[in-house]
Write a protein of this length. Structure first.
Length: 315
């Protein structure tokens, strides 16, 4: 099922452009390294136990992999237009599939199992980003991009009456629509380190970038003891491009992509600074290398980047 095809590897160092450097958790001499530029639209990176990075090349309908030993290869093709990825509590890969309009899981026998593709009797839109909590519940966003963009899925019609976020329990097979009325087009999703807060980007502006009234925000919600979302509020407005992916570090800082930038905020919404990349960036993931160095991999545009950081990802 996996089609390992070696791709051209580009390793180039680019200077980091800081809007505000002093308070960013990044070494002062940090450089962006572009690992490859052979994708068409990079998204949804995760790091496996052995250090291999997987990420989606959505428009080319494949998932790519990279590690130091083998370089860049095609890991899965066709990939049913997978977007976001996560790793569950048992170490299995979870994927948000535009093509299947579903959340699916890679099983031990190498097959992909659809976990959920309906809310009520209707198909989901096109699951976009996905995270897994400490109990194994899967939280995901479901905008319409994957059925409205001809090169990001198989087409179709939205039948949910809007764009929403959900929580699904593989243990009970139950799906719950999250109470997040402030968010019109949910995209990126992440937890605070203690999993008592949920962060969502609202990418409504992507539907018409000329309409400045549409949302381009980062929202935060409290998560109560019943895993219900409450007390939603806008934490920041993202004024560069379209707000997309979110990653939270172990200090509680929130990293948000928007256009060619990653903007970093403290947990109370204070802007710590921004990084500028050579291309539009979509999502990112933290990891620690065997030698203890802390790295952030960033997927966006045609590229996969890496940059040294001073923090780890929230557990």
């Amino acid at each position: 099922m996996y089609q390992f095809k070696k791709l051209f590897i580009l390793s180039a160092l680019c200077s980091v452009s800081f809007l505000t450097q002093a308070t960013l958790p990044i070494p002062s001499n940090a450089k962006i390294e572009r690992i490859t530029d052979q994708a068409k639209w990079s998204e949804g990176p995760i790091v496996l136990k052995d250090g291999t990075v997987l990420w989606s090349d959505i428009v080319n309908n494949r998932v790519l992999e990279w590690n130091e030993k083998t370089g860049v290869r095609t890991w899965l093709s066709p990939a049913q237009f997978q977007n976001g990825h996560a790793i569950d509590t048992e170490g299995r890969i979870i994927a948000a599939s535009h093509g299947k309009r579903a959340i699916e899981r890679l099983e031990a026998d190498g097959s992909w199992r659809v976990l959920v593709d309906l809310y009520g009797k209707n198909k989901l839109n096109s699951p976009n980003d996905v995270i897994v909590d400490k109990d194994g519940d899967i939280w995901f966003t479901d905008p319409i991009f994957g059925i409205k963009k001809a090169d990001e899925g198989y087409g179709g019609n939205p039948v949910q009456g809007g764009e929403f976020s959900y929580r699904f329990s593989p243990k009970t097979n139950k799906i719950v629509r999250l109470n997040t009325p402030e968010v019109k087009t949910p995209n990126g999703i992440a937890f605070s380190p203690d999993q008592k807060k949920l962060y969502l980007t609202d990418s409504q502006i992507a539907h018409d970038q000329k309409d400045k009234k549409l949302h381009r925000h980062l929202f935060v919600y409290d998560i109560d003891s019943n895993k219900q979302t409450t007390h939603g509020k806008m934490l920041a407005q993202i004024d560069t491009g379209v707000p997309d992916g979110i990653a939270v570090d172990d200090k509680g800082n929130i990293w948000v992509t928007g256009g060619k930038y990653i903007h970093v905020f403290s947990e109370n919404g204070t802007a710590l600074g921004s990084l500028k990349f050579p291309t539009t960036v979509a999502n990112m993931v933290f990891t620690t290398l065997p030698d203890g160095k802390k790295i952030m991999y960033v997927a966006g545009g045609s590229s996969l980047y890496k940059i040294a950081v001073n923090v780890s990802g929230a557990k």
